[in-house]
Design a protein around this ligand. Structure first.
Ligand SMILES: [Zn+2]
Length: 98
């Protein structure tokens, strides 16, 4: 899409940890039986989980997987371009990828 390369978009989806994206977005979080859960931006429920291996956040109510780009778009109503620009600012610098 636009001037963004597939590699760049893949990097945004994979290198910014999904739990960090949840923190950046200030989504409400809680632990249930040691499982990290976040407030789903669509249904506002906590029937959710994140998977560090796939770097996806899932809502079991909505039956949706969110990658970092999806989650920012759902939580902030940014469009795709605005979301990419927003996430881009978090991969700069010496702590790239954390
Ligand atoms: Zn949901």
């Amino acid at each position: 899409m636009g001037s963004y390369s597939d590699d760049f978009l893949r990097m945004l989806r994979n290198d910014i940890k999904i739990n960090r994206v949840i923190g950046i977005l200030c989504l409400e979080t809680r632990y249930t039986k040691d499982i990290f859960r976040f407030c789903c931006p669509l249904c506002h429920g906590f029937h959710t989980a994140t998977n560090p291996d796939t770097n996806l956040a899932r809502c079991f109510e909505c039956k949706i997987n969110f990658n970092p780009i999806d989650l920012v778009m759902a939580a902030t109503n940014r469009n795709f371009i605005e979301t990419v620009e927003f996430l881009k600012s978090y991969v700069k610098g010496p702590h790239h990828g954390i």
